[in-house]
Design a protein around this ligand. Structure first.
Ligand SMILES: [Zn+2]
Length: 296
């Protein structure tokens, strides 16, 4: 075939585009159903927590419920990210820009579009983005790769858990229900000109007044998404690992986290977690330990 190189969206047949539109609309419907199911699971969990605390239920149960809730939210966020990709692809079809790489403007091969109807980058640009520079949605590997590389070089025995979005929240939560493990929540706080990475149990909430006391500066606020994207460019927002050392950010750990043998945290993506001994984390990151979080 002639001019394969210059093939543009104009050469995608109307029939192919119709087929892709139907697939994207079906995908969209399925995502919405999964989000509804996750929201229902969160609701049910919130109600059962109410009952448990009325009945004086065990603290461990409440903690694991909250970990489950955090994972529900993680999964919901991953679904929403995917929904945004699907919506963007539908918009490209609408505006007759479908099938053209966002980065280099070359056509995305039909075979790729058949596998990933929402693809917005050609293979080469997607690979470049994965190696960790820019591009949306496909950059998350590099944070995890960098982190794993760092852990391996420092002889840490760690485990990676991958949670395909297709898993139910219950299945993911079940895999985390190991006694003595604690899910870490990472929050980035900001003062005028400085960012601080705060690590606390997922069962806790940050108290900004206490953070001001611990970092010795005020006022402290939560970092904006743009600040996060600039400081941690290869992490999905809300999935930062507590390794500020990889980003030149000081790390503060709430005292409650230091009581656990094993910590579990997101590895820069909403679908991968890493578990490792807390002692190794402390040895490598040398966090400042303080009290700035309260049990929810
Ligand atoms: Zn490209």
């Amino acid at each position: 075939m002639e001019g394969g190189e210059a093939m543009t969206t104009a050469t995608l047949t109307a029939e192919f585009k119709d087929q892709q539109r139907r697939r994207l609309e079906r995908e969209r419907q399925q995502i919405l159903e999964r989000i509804t199911a996750l929201a229902a699971a969160e609701q049910a969990l919130a109600e059962s927590q109410g009952e448990e605390s009325d009945a004086g239920g065990g603290q461990a149960d409440v903690a694991s419920d909250i970990a489950e809730q955090a994972l529900d939210l993680t999964l919901e966020r991953a679904e929403r990210d995917h929904l945004a990709q699907v919506d963007a692809a539908l918009r490209r079809l609408e505006e007759d820009r479908y099938g053209v790489c966002d980065e280099c403007g070359l056509p995305i091969p039909v075979e790729r579009l058949q596998v990933l109807p929402w693809a917005h980058l050609c293979v080469r640009c997607a690979e470049a983005a994965q190696k960790g520079h820019h591009g949306r949605g496909e950059r998350q590997m590099s944070c995890k790769d960098r982190l794993e590389d760092f852990l391996r070089r420092n002889h840490v025995s760690y485990q990676v858990q991958h949670h395909p979005v297709a898993y139910t929240a219950q299945e993911v939560a079940a895999s985390e229900h190991v006694p003595g493990k604690k899910l870490v929540k990472v929050v980035v706080a900001a003062t005028n000109g400085s960012l601080y990475l705060l690590a606390l149990p997922a069962t806790h909430r940050v108290d900004l007044n206490e953070v001001e006391r611990v970092v010795g500066r005020a006022p402290v606020r939560l970092a904006h998404e743009e600040e996060l994207a600039a400081a941690l460019p290869d992490c999905e927002v809300g999935a930062m690992p507590p390794f500020g050392n990889l980003y030149g950010l000081p790390v503060y750990v709430d005292k409650a986290l230091t009581e656990d043998d094993v910590i579990v945290f997101q590895a820069g993506t909403h679908t991968d977690t890493i578990s490792m001994p807390y002692a190794d984390f402390e040895r490598l990151v040398k966090p400042i330990v303080g009290r700035f979080a309260r049990h929810v």
